[in-house]
Write a protein that binds this ligand. Structure first.
Ligand code: S3P
Length: 452
């Protein structure tokens, strides 16, 4: 099988009201960066709330292979970093499994070292474009050898003295922005990244927290100029990682869709670069109460009380896409149960995620009786508020294409559809949300793995 073991189909069925209070595992973006920056910094980094999903564990292994010492004591992860500029050459290829963030950011991080490193991944990751990161690295003097179309496996060899660049990110991508900045950490002089459209800012915030000389200037059009002075000292930090808003989205939408639901999700990251889905759902009429809004470790955090709601279709503003880029599959599921039409535009980046998410979502919706149109970069969904006719009466299975978010989105769909929804493989859920099944069934969701 593509992920190395037998696929694990699962079925979700119409459920009675979801109730209870849950804590979502730590944010994936911050967890990756905590391992990377902790592994690089001098001294000790202590992390609580780390997401122990497969993607993040692979990043931890890569940092260990380059000299970081990482161990878990009780609930805490303790890291002894190598010191900035002192990573060791890995003696085997670094395997990032399914993780785009892990591989792209680590390629940036090690690219400017004067040694050879090789990057590999699973079947999904090996199809994803790496040129968006390799091109700026080439400009810095990195020698790149990649497979056809700049895909994995990739081997990098850093130059003796890398050149700082000024790079305008051509697409809205936090991974590309971050890869260039991380390459700048081991580059003399100032590396500059221009970001025309703001994306998640965890790299900037966390590097500042670790003591990097990094500044951000935003002009009147919202264009951000990020400057990083290379070869400075990074110092270990204490980090408490809040719950992942992208994982929160699944129980949250499930509670909105299943009549009688009333749940609370505690300790959710509310960084404004990540809250586009909540805003959109509120515009659709969702009852989401933001409780105990607070600052924790420099990030906005809150608890969310979510009750079943009658939703209405909306047109999602295109410029909101970066703040909810991973949430379109679950938003599309919410739209299936909304009164009227939901229009989602500006979705070209969805085609290069863990799967081609635009076609994976549209195909799955059609299989389950949803009236929708897929365009090159848009999706239009016409809803059925009562869920009548939705789901699959003939036992068809949604193809998840090794994509955790496709798997979780369609399981949520089955909780409110007239007929059950079955997915071909739930195994990839472990990459970002290993507790998903247990957490959802604990709230009252009817989800079962299907014996083969
Ligand atoms: C991420 C950036 C986004 C997002 C991914 C996590 C990050 O990817 O989809 O899940 O942690 O920087 P892109 O940079 O490709 O948009």
């Amino acid at each position: 099988m593509l992920h190395g073991s037998a696929p694990r189909p699962a079925t979700a069925r119409k459920s009675a009201g979801l109730t209870g209070s849950v804590r979502i595992p730590g944010d994936k973006s911050i967890s990756h960066r905590s391992f990377m920056f902790g592994g690089l910094a001098s001294g000790e980094t202590r992390i609580t709330g780390l997401l122990e999903g497969e993607d993040v564990i692979n990043t931890g292994r890569a940092m260990q292979a380059m000299g970081a010492r990482i161990r878990k004591v009780g609930e805490q992860w303790l890291i002894e970093g190598t010191g900035n500029g002192a990573l060791l050459a890995p003696d085997a290829p670094l395997d990032f499994g399914n993780a785009g963030t892990g591989v792209r950011l680590t390629m940036g991080l090690v690219s400017t070292y004067d040694f050879r490193s090789t990057f590999i991944g699973d079947a999904s990751l090996s199809k994803r474009p790496m040129g968006r990161v390799l091109n700026p690295l080439r400009e810095m003097g990195v020698q790149v050898s990649a497979s056809e179309g700049d895909r994995l496996p990739v081997t990098l060899r850093g130059p003796g003295t890398p050149s700082p660049i000024r790079y305008r990110v051509p697409m809205a991508s936090a991974q590309v922005k971050s890869a260039v900045l991380l390459a700048g950490l081991n580059t003399p002089g100032v590396t500059t990244v221009i970001e025309p459209v703001m994306t998640r800012d965890h790299t900037e915030k966390m590097l500042q927290g670790f003591g990097a000389a990094l500044s951000v200037e935003t002009d009147e059009d919202g264009v951000r100029t990020i400057r990083l002075e290379g070869r400075g000292k990074l110092k270990g930090q204490v980090i408490d990682i809040p719950g992942d808003p992208s994982s929160t989205a699944f129980p949250l939408v499930a509670a909105l869709l299943v009549p009688g639901s009333d749940i609370t999700i505690v300790n959710v990251l509310m960084n404004p670069t990540r809250t586009g889905l909540i805003l959109t759902l509120q515009e659709m009429g969702a009852d989401i109460e933001v409780l105990n809004a607070r600052l924790a470790g420099g990030e906005d955090v809150a608890d969310l009380r979510v009750r079943h709601s009658e939703l209405k279709g909306v047109t999602v503003p295109e410029d909101r896409a970066p703040s909810m880029i991973d949430e379109y599959p679950i938003l599309a599921v919410a739209a299936c149960f909304a009164e009227g039409v939901t229009v989602m535009k500006g979705l070209e980046e969805l085609r290069v995620k863990e799967s081609d998410r635009l076609s994976a979502v549209a195909d799955g919706l059609k299989l389950n009786g949803v009236d929708c149109d897929e365009g090159e970069d848009f999706l239009i969904v016409r809803g059925r508020p009562d869920g009548k006719g939705l789901g699959n009466a003939t036992d068809g299975r949604v193809s998840t294409h090794l994509d955790h978010r496709i798997a979780m989105s369609f399981l949520v769909m089955g909780l409110a559809s007239e007929h059950p929804v079955t997915i071909d493989d739930a195994a990839m859920i472990a990459t970002s949300f290993p507790e998903f099944m247990q957490l959802m069934t604990g709230l009252g969701a009817k989800i079962d793995e299907v014996p083969e």
